[in-house]
Design a protein around this ligand. Structure first.
Ligand SMILES: [Zn+2]
Length: 114
């Protein structure tokens, strides 16, 4: 699991899908993929990372309930890995949901919405 600079937790499923998208990009247009790999982009490292993080990663994290519609996972290629050995997918999902609920409660985004 990855904790991003925005404080969001990305599940192994989201991280795997991120890597899968690199494969899709390479399969779709290998020449472009190679050119993007050589194109340096501040914070993201290169253009391939910027493309996946700012596009597919957002849709995937939203679909997995890891960010809200008005949030972004991160604005860089960084993060801190959170060790989750021996956790089942359901336990990971609960962990992310609990952390997210507590974070939203702290920021007042969810409390008192009526
Ligand atoms: Zn990547």
């Amino acid at each position: 699991m990855l904790e991003t600079e925005k404080g969001h937790l990305l599940s192994p499923a989201t991280l795997l899908a991120h890597e899968f998208e690199h494969g899709v990009d390479a399969e779709t247009n290998y020449e472009q993929y190679k050119a993007d790999a050589k194109t340096k982009v501040p914070s993201y490292g290169n253009e391939n990372e910027r493309k996946v993080i700012t596009n597919e990663e957002q849709d995937i994290a939203k679909a997995h309930g890891e960010i809200g519609n008005d949030e972004v996972t991160r604005t860089d290629h960084g993060g801190v890995y959170v060790r989750i050995m021996y956790m089942t997918p359901k336990q990971i999902e609960r962990y992310i949901r609990k952390a997210r609920t507590e974070k939203l409660d702290e920021s007042g985004l969810v409390v008192g919405t009526n």
